[in-house]
Design a protein around this ligand. Structure first.
Ligand code: NAG
Ligand code: NAG
Ligand code: NAG
Ligand code: NAG
Ligand code: NAG
Ligand code: NAG
Ligand code: NAG
Ligand code: NAG
Length: 896
């Protein structure tokens, strides 16, 4: 078989080639040919099943497969493997699914770590140590994020997570870091764990495990410090610094991780006896059927909370939280921006005309920011500090050879890479960008690795330009970045303090489960980093928020006992005791509460969660859609205090969010989301009884009768939301989130049929729909070999909203009475590798066809069209009427 055939198989899988709108994540891509099976439990299977006999049976069925991971765990028995490209078809998948030993087979999907390195600060040098901005800080723990989430008060009381064992599934941890215990194994902070994949793994390779969970990426070390850093020169600790950690390393130094490895890691952590699991990994999906979701749910059902980041796809708007935070058992965590804006920059020195050297800081480039040990003069391409497009065009002939300078370029207009390329054409070997906005510095996102780059503030850039204008020369001295000191500075975050980070993903799931459930500090977070990468770093992401919640759960377990509540009850406690926050658009805070589909319960309040004497038996109220709306929702209220309490109830409204822009089938991007904040735009609630007295240690019940708002434009999928406030006479004050939509989701358009989508095109020109009577495709067929000229009929489609099942059935131009029916329509079969399950929203996707059908056979040469069908939300997969259906034009296939 030619290797090109493998490429076709790859494009047959879910593969996002182009994004239709900005900043669209391709979701969780599948690994071509890689699958996970779960075995039947012994009661259902005659023989005990083990991976060896499963693989033997594959062989006797003539399916060539390479074993990948054995999943032999109490809560998940199965295996993952690679099917040889020649055997990889839906037919093979169907054969395996039919095995008596197999409960279910899924494709392996890849997930990523949602965080970005950031460094923002206006004046990085010579700033005072962290100071209170708008919060009153406790004496013993003034770290801003701990004040924000109520952790400072628990630290004041001496609760630090002593005795708790937290499992972390991430990129590894630099356990030799002095703030992370300085060692690995019993007696250290990181007591357990392993490396499940090896440093070279990026998601596509066969994993090469070893026993050492040392971090080479950085993400897991940052996460670990948020949970449990010891006191250090930056004067902070983790949320639970006395907890012990286990690290199950699932990433190489770069890239993603397959869900087979994630299932393995979560089960290993569970079997190691952890008290909870924290994982800052995900990929947008909107569905809860991924096997990783299933594995997480089982672990939570055994009493071990699993805390997962909600995702960093906030820019995409509604319906975009990540797997496995969407798992029905998981605690899905959104991000709140810190009240402080800390920055760590690399120190360098400059001197003007041989005067005393002065320290300044710069942010290192994303791929290369190490200038080495070097002293060089500084050259500015222009002395105009207002130039918008510095170095966006080729530099003039008058430019000197830039090789021996540090070249100063203003940020703005074009890509960093364009500026670097233009400067490099004149010999530049190192570049400092200065910011074009007054707010601090960002990591310059250049991708050219050969030329180190950094960024300084606009103010520092102005200082340099003023010196040059005055006719002096500037000489800059750098140290190798591994040796250079870091400059720490902090200013108040004036734009978004204590509000939901704009990057934090919005729920709900397509089946209207309310995610995220809770939010925690995740934006502008200082924590530990690998010693080789500077030891400390500031990062932002829901990746930083999940470990915070994990730390809080450890504190709650320390205070209340390890088994004080089930994972769902803990999520309910966190959500109800949290503080709903006002909406912030990244610059301005509004006077209304952010929608529940963005913030869940709101900002965690660890102290309230620890000491409230009231608990509710729900984590939220999902009011579903108009079709499935139910007015009456009973809420169980338990008084865990020592005196009787009388509770009163109120409806605290939050903003209503329109999913779709007017006239569009697409969820609005963040900046275009229309919010309504008037009382008429949300539900009204009638409480029965109006107040309730509950004796100590006893439970009572109030029923909330909801009435949906009537004035909303149903076609735009409005999510109305708010909180049921439960106030007790002894001061307990809880808020239970609710949300629903006033549309029937089954009527919502899934497929974008504007611009001719879906259509069939030539694989080489996927933006040109085929017209009728196009040239025939000459395909290699079962025994042929593709050559450079081979092209394939390719279905191009766009899903505005996600679909659980998308089908591609092959229909002869002239069906006959003997043509079989697929879901009521004549078709000879599905394209091999389809149907495609659990599709996220918002991607332009392609499926190329090499003539093979899902049963493994090749379609005879002839004229065909493709019947494209996407299942509507809440649709019945067996009912043809529940799909949106489209025919492509007829095209011709022949074989070589
Ligand atoms: C082995 O494969 C056959 C198909 O050839 C299947 O019927 C059988 O159930 C498989 N055995 C087990 C134990 O799964
Ligand atoms: C940490 O605290 C010490 C003592 O108060 C102080 O001298 C030092 O500057 C602080 N460090 C930072 C990075 O703020
Ligand atoms: C927490 O750990 C530190 C050392 O890392 C130790 O000094 C302290 O006593 C511990 N606290 C408790 C409450 O055990
Ligand atoms: C800086 O000092 C060096 C050597 O001491 C000298 O050659 C150079 O001219 C001086 N530069 C300026 C701008 O004074
Ligand atoms: C909404 O209702 C549908 C139909 O009963 C159900 O499948 C879905 O799970 C419900 N969603 C929630 C969040 O309860
Ligand atoms: C509940 O109590 C809190 C705290 O005392 C108060 O701020 C809030 O307004 C009360 N909510 C309602 C709906 O009465
Ligand atoms: C395609 O070819 C058929 C048969 O030759 C002809 O009847 C038909 O009009 C053609 N269609 C187009 C769009 O040219
Ligand atoms: C491909 O080769 C196999 C075995 O060599 C043969 O049975 C089959 O008919 C061939 N298929 C085609 C389409 O030529």
């Amino acid at each position: 078989m030619s290797s090109f055939k493998g490429l076709v198989a790859k494009s047959v899988a879910v593969l996002a080639l182009v994004s239709t709108t900005a900043a669209v994540d391709a979701g969780a891509p599948v690994v071509p040919g890689a699958y996970i099976v779960e075995f039947e439990t012994p009661e259902q299977s005659i023989q005990a099943v083990d991976p060896q006999s499963f693989f033997k049976n594959l062989t006797s069925n003539n399916i060539a497969a390479e074993p990948q991971v054995d999943l032999n765990y109490e809560l998940f028995k199965g295996a993952s493997f690679r099917i040889d490209a020649k055997d990889n078809s839906q037919g093979t998948v169907d054969v395996i699914q039919s095995f008596q030993s197999v409960k279910k087979i899924w494709p392996v999907r890849l997930y990523s770590r949602p965080a970005k390195l950031i460094a923002t600060l206006d004046n990085v040098a010579n700033l005072p140590p962290p100071l209170s901005t708008n919060q009153k800080r406790s004496v013993s723990d003034p770290f801003s994020t701990h004040v924000l989430g109520g952790v400072d008060k628990l630290h004041d009381e001496g609760f630090t997570g002593e005795g708790l064992f937290i499992g972390v599934v991430d990129s590894g941890v630099d356990y030799l870091h002095p703030a992370l215990g300085g060692g690995f194994g019993p007696g250290f902070k990181v007591v357990a764990g392993t490396d499940l994949v090896g440093d070279a793994y990026t998601g596509f390779e066969i994993p090469v495990p070893d026993s050492d969970p040392m971090d080479c990426g950085g993400h897991g070390t940052h996460v670990s410090g948020i949970i449990g850093a010891n006191p250090n020169p930056y004067n902070f600790t983790g949320v639970a610094p006395n907890a012990t950690l286990g690290m199950w390393k699932v990433f190489g130094c770069d890239g993603r991780v397959g869900n087979d490895i994630l299932i393995q890691a979560f089960n290993l952590a569970y079997e190691a006896g952890v008290d909870l699991i924290s994982s800052s990994i995900g990929g947008s999906s909107g569905w809860t059927e991924d096997p990783w979701d299933v594995a997480v749910q089982r672990i939570t059902e055994k009493g071990v909370p699993c805390v997962l980041s909600a995702g960093n796809d906030g820019s995409n708007g509604v319906f975009d939280t990540s797997t496995a935070s969407e798992s029905l058992g998981a605690t899905s965590v959104g991000s709140i921006d810190n009240t402080d804006d800390p920055a760590l920059t690399v120190a360098a020195h400059y001197s003007a005309s041989n005067a005393t050297s002065i320290e300044f800081g710069f942010a290192e480039g994303a791929v290369n920011g190490n200038f080495g040990d070097i002293t060089v003069p500084l050259y500015a391409l222009t002395l105009d500090t207002t130039i918008a497009d510095d170095a966006c065009a080729p530099l003039p002939d008058s430019t000197p050879d830039l090789a021996n300078y540090i070249v100063l370029i203003r940020r703005g207009t074009c890509l960093y890479d364009d500026k670097i390329t233009n400067a490099a054409a004149k010999g530049a070997q190192r570049i400092l960008f200065y910011n074009n906005v007054p707010t601090g510095v960002v990591i310059p996102g250049a991708s050219i690795a050969e030329i180190p780059v950094g960024m300084i503030t606009a103010a520092q850039g102005q200082v340099f330009i003023d010196i040059l204008k005055a006719g002096s020369e500037i000489v800059v001295s750098f140290l190798d970045s591994n040796d250079a000191k870091r400059i720490y500075g902090v200013v108040p975050n004036v734009a978004t303090p204590g509000k939901i980070s704009t990057f934090s993903s919005w729920g709900p799931s397509f089946e209207l489960w309310l995610k995220p459930e809770i939010a925690a500090p995740g934006g502008l977070i200082l924590s530990t980093f690998p010693r080789a990468k500077g030891s400390y770093a500031v990062q932002s992401g829901t990746s930083m928020a999940a470990p915070y919640i994990a730390g809080v759960i450890a504190l709650l377990k320390q205070i209340k006992g390890k088994d004080f509540a089930t994972p769902n009850e803990i999520t309910a406690l966190l959500a109800a005791s949290a503080s709903p926050v006002q909406f912030n658009d990244g610059a301005t805070t509004q006077d209304f509460l952010a929608p529940v589909v963005q913030q869940g319960g709101g900002l965690v309040n660890a102290y309230e969660a620890a000491y409230t004497t009231t608990s509710l038996d729900l984590d939220n109220i999902a009011l579903n859609d108009t079709h499935y709306f139910k007015s009456a929702h009973p809420i169980g209220i338990k008084n865990t205090g020592k005196t009787a309490q009388t509770y009163t109830f109120a409806n605290v409204i939050a903003a209503t969010a329109y999913t779709l822009e007017a006239g569009s089938a697409y969820p609005a991007l963040f900046e275009n989301i229309e919010l309504l904040a008037d009382a008429g735009s949300t539900a009204t609630i009638h409480f029965e009884p109006a107040s309730l007295t509950v004796a100590p240690g006893k439970s009572g019940r109030v029923t909330a009768h909801f009435t949906q708002p009537k004035t909303l434009e149903a076609a735009r999928i409005p999510f109305y939301s708010g909180y049921v406030a439960v106030n007790g006479t002894n001061g307990d004050s809880l808020t239970l989130p609710y949300a629903g939509t006033t549309t029937s989701l089954k009527s919502v358009r899934i497929v974008d049929d504007a611009d001719g989508y879906p259509y069939v095109a030539n694989s080489r020109f996927t933006n040109l729909p085929l017209t009728a009577n196009s040239t025939a495709f000459v395909l290699p067929g079962a025994n042929g070999t593709a050559n450079l000229g081979t092209t394939y009929p390719t279905v191009v489609y766009v899903l505005a909203i996600g679909s659980r099942i998308v089908r591609f059935d092959v229909v002869p131009e002239k069906p006959t009475y003997s043509t079989p029916l697929i879901l009521g329509q004549p078709a000879i079969g599905a394209i091999a590798g389809t149907p495609v399950e659990n599709n996220p929203r918002n991607n332009l996707l392609t499926v190329a066809w090499d003539g093979q059908l899902a049963n493994g056979q090749y379609a005879p040469a002839g004229n065909y069209k493709i019947l494209f069908r996407a299942l509507k939300i809440f649709g019945d997969a067996n009912n043809p009427n529940d799909y949106e259906s489209f025919d492509t034009v007829v095209f011709t296939i022949q074989y070589q």
